[in-house]
Design a binder for this molecule. Structure first.
Ligand SMILES: Nc1ncnc2c1ncn2[C@@H]1O[C@H](COP(=O)(O)OP(=O)(O)OP(=O)(O)O)[C@@H](O)[C@H]1O
Ligand SMILES: [Mg+2]
Length: 371
């Protein structure tokens, strides 16, 4: 059975999380959360889920959002979960295109079965409609609790591998103070994230496209601001808007993050599908990874994490030690390869392009294949 993709929009974040645990099932994936407003609706538009659950909501905003989804996303079914269900509410729900109303305190089985019922409705409708829903894009954050751990290297090489497979790929260099992604591609960006945010209108793809630096491989880069005064104007909500606008146009949006938990990085995590969390074999980076994992757990983002051990070398601390301290398995390993990494950076040609047959080249390629 195809995985049912659901988005939950709620007026209180906790209600959304409660519903997520109610519908936890191997066939149902909650791909996003949002508020019951225009931004929540934008998120639904960009994620193209099968089912949207409007949770804990009875106000006019819920019916407005439901109506917008009904008119704009014919393949998406809306379900409302609220208290005090009466005839007046059912009528409003019907007029807004809501297909199912379920009590907020309904038991887990009822809620799960209702989501499946909504999905079945949607799949039947698909067979009688020739328009195909666009394949949803994937947003991948590359993060590590410590500087210099290889985030930009992994982000650049993953992006290049995906572009070589014919995917449409864009990188956002979210390292606002010290971003250097363009150097890994030997590009000289004219405009950056700073100018883009300054210009405004982040909901318009044509505007965003005019701020993208294009690399010959097809990878697009939204470079990090060139000066600190520009970096200060880039806020969490800007990332969310840019991601939402880019999603329908790219197969992969790769975000190179700074080694810090800021509002902006948290916004990127929340809007992502996957987090590549990097760790090394030194105690400082292992500590950084442990702290990062525990914060991501608190943010309920830990399920997205893929753990990558970078600059791996047969040292005092081994792979098993890292796994023991972090209490989780390492998903991918990239060996330390100083000369190749250095030459590739100095030439501005990613390792997978310059040394495709090397061990490090193959290891980097396997990360890209996994996303
Ligand atoms: N597997 C590796 N083997 C050897 N050197 C590597 C490896 N991965 C990255 N490097 C090198 O380590 C340095 C830092 O890498 P990179 O810029 O990717 O780290 P970063 O985590 O993005 O750093 P920052 O936190 O400053 O953004 C670079 O010189 C890069 O070439
Ligand atoms: Mg970096």
């Amino acid at each position: 059975m195809e995985m049912i993709k659901a988005v939950i929009l709620s007026d209180i974040a906790e209600t959304g999380f409660d519903i997520k645990s109610k519908i936890a099932d191997e066939n149902i994936a909650v791909v996003g959360f949002g508020d019951l407003d225009q931004r929540g609706f934008d998120k639904v538009l960009s994620l193209c889920p099968h089912v949207v659950i409007l949770a804990g909501a009875k106000g006019e905003s819920a019916f407005e959002v439901a109506g917008s989804i009904y008119f704009n996303l014919p393949h998406c079914v809306v379900m409302l979960m609220c208290d005090d269900i009466d005839m007046a509410l059912m009528q409003k729900a019907m007029l807004s295109g809501i297909k199912k109303v379920v009590a907020l305190d309904a038991d887990d089985d009822t809620v799960r079965e209702s989501v499946r019922e909504c999905y079945r409705l949607e799949s039947t409708r698909k067979t009688s409609d020739l328009t195909k829903s666009p394949s949803p894009s994937k947003v991948i954050c590359v993060f590590g609790g410590k500087g210099g751990i290889g985030k930009t290297t992994i982000a650049a090489n993953t992006a290049l591998c995906l572009a070589k497979q014919g995917k449409k790929v864009i990188i956002i260099d979210a390292n606002l103070q010290m971003g250097d992604m363009h150097m890994y591609f030997d590009c000289d960006p004219k405009d950056t994230l700073g100018e883009l945010v300054y210009e405004g209108n982040l909901g318009a793809i044509e505007i965003i496209k005019s701020f993208i630096t294009a690399h010959s491989s097809g990878v697009g880069i939204i470079a990090s601001p060139k000066s600190p005064e520009y970096s200060e104007i880039v806020k969490a909500e800007h990332f969310e808007s840019i991601i939402n606008t880019l999603r329908p146009y790219y197969d992969y949006i790769i975000i190179d993050l700074p080694p810090a938990f800021t509002d902006a990085t948290i916004s990127c995590f929340e809007n992502s599908d996957r987090i590549l969390l990097l760790v090394g074999v030194d105690i400082s980076s292992i500590r950084g990874a442990r702290i990062s994992l525990s914060i991501l757990e608190k943010l309920r983002q830990d399920e997205k994490v893929t753990l990558v051990l970078n600059k791996y070398t047969k040292a005092v601390i081994g792979e098993k030690d890292v796994e023991r301290v972090l209490a989780r398995r390492i998903d991918y390993k990239v060996c330390q390869s100083d000369d190749l990494a250095l030459n590739s950076l100095n030439k501005g040609i990613p390792i997978v392009e310059m040394y495709p047959k090397s061990i490090i080249g193959k290891q980097l390629k396997s990360i890209a294949e996994s996303v």
